[in-house]
Write a protein that binds this ligand. Structure first.
Ligand code: CP3
Length: 349
């Protein structure tokens, strides 16, 4: 239940991650600084996506503008999941309308063997951007750093871009499990170092995006992914920051994902929040889980669906309101703003 005099020594967002009581439900949105926002598009007209990521002044500006405009409880650093690929030796680009394109996808053991794992320091521009955002907010908002989970990163590296069936990635998994495990280990090494640097720069919490893990059966998840994510979470927890482990299409995977011991598990909209939380035995906090497409609905419908999620959370400590996946381009900004305010007012007191 909510307490009336909150402990202000840590932010309500961080407290909710730790399932501590809060004055009201914290809210932020996946992909809150994206193409739906005119201020972002104005920066984007003059700079490529990678340029924004690599210039701490621009990355910080875009992060701060979105969080302030929406008046949310946490800022997520503006970066991209794929940045670590570059320092592992894989070049990629973002092609308009196509998403990411990896120039030479990994297709054999030799290519995986050649991946480098000692250059995570080259991503220091992300830490510099975090420092700027933290200096701006002075603890008024939670600061989220993030990285990709090994499966989701490997799927981009092997497929060469987005994928429907993950055919090439699954072929490596099934036909060359040792090579697969070696790739997972390399990814955990790089992302653990990268995330620790984000915490050192001031991130309060690290979110691990396993966006496409829902393409796996429970059996395959347990065999090929879970052992690696467990190690990754353990290593990240040594930084002292709570960990949010996020996946989509993951309803069947929740009991296995729970074994990672992450402080927070992200839920997508395909599972009712109370069912998802009970499948996790209420061990952890949960983050979610409104369908991002509901942001295109009339306010009456949007509000009632948000209210329903808050009712399913039932004031239990450890709910962070969010979408089930990222905000889509063309989303009406006012709906996002109104939703944040509604969650904050509804859950207060
Ligand atoms: O506010 C924010 O959260 C923005 C920061 C952010 C970006 N990428 C910038 C970006 C974050 C958190 C990401 C994570 C990311 N990147 C994920 C996981 C998130 C999820 O929703 O599951 C993934 C899978 C990627 C890889 C990626 N980057 C893809 C597949 C694409 C193209 C598809 C698309 O959404 O356009 C990108 C491009 C990208 N990364 C954009 C932004 C704002 C949009 C393109 C642009 O501005 O040119």
């Amino acid at each position: 239940m909510f307490q009336s005099t909150p402990d202000l020594s840590s932010h309500r967002f961080v407290r909710a991650c730790l399932r501590q009581p809060v004055d009201r439900t914290p809210v932020w949105f996946l992909r809150q600084a994206g193409r739906y926002m005119p201020e972002y598009m104005a920066v984007r007209r003059h700079h490529s996506l990678l340029e924004i990521c690599k210039r701490p002044d621009l990355a910080a500006e875009v992060t701060i503008t979105a969080a302030e405009k929406l008046a949310v409880d946490a800022a997520i650093i503006f970066a991209d999941l794929l940045l670590p690929l570059e320092c592992m030796g894989l070049d990629f680009e973002f092609q308009a309308g196509e998403g990411p394109v990896i120039h030479k996808p990994l297709r054999d053991a030799a290519a995986i063997d050649a991946l480098q794992t000692t250059r995570a320091g080259e991503l220091s521009y992300v830490g510099e951007a975090i420092q700027r955002v933290v200096a701006h907010f002075h603890g008024r908002l939670g600061m989220i750093g993030f990285c990709g989970a090994p499966f989701t990163l490997a799927s981009y590296m092997i497929e060469g871009g987005g994928s429907r069936h993950y055919l090439h990635a699954k072929k490596v998994m099934y036909n060359s499990p040792d090579v697969w495990d070696a790739l997972m280990q390399k990814l955990v090494d790089v992302t653990a170092e990268y995330s620790a640097a984000q915490v050192a720069a001031g991130a309060d919490v690290i979110q691990i995006f396993d966006s496409w893990v829902g393409c796996l059966s429970v059996e395959d998840y347990r065999r090929y992914v879970l052992p690696h994510v467990k190690i990754m979470v353990q290593r990240l927890q040594k930084t002292g920051a709570p960990i949010i482990y996020f996946g989509t299409d993951s309803a069947t995977l929740l009991p296995a994902m729970n074994e990672t011991n992450a402080e927070v598990i992200g839920l997508d909209w395909r599972i009712p929040l109370d069912k998802g939380w009970s499948d996790l035995n209420h061990r952890c906090a949960v983050q979610g889980n409104l369908d991002p497409v509901l942001l295109f609905a009339d306010w009456k419908e949007l509000k009632s669906r948000a209210e329903h999620i808050l009712q399913l959370a039932a004031g239990r400590p450890g709910h962070i309101f969010n979408l089930g996946h990222g905000i889509l381009p063309e989303t009406p900004v006012d709906n996002v703003k109104n939703l944040a305010r509604f969650v904050q007012e509804y859950s207060h007191g």
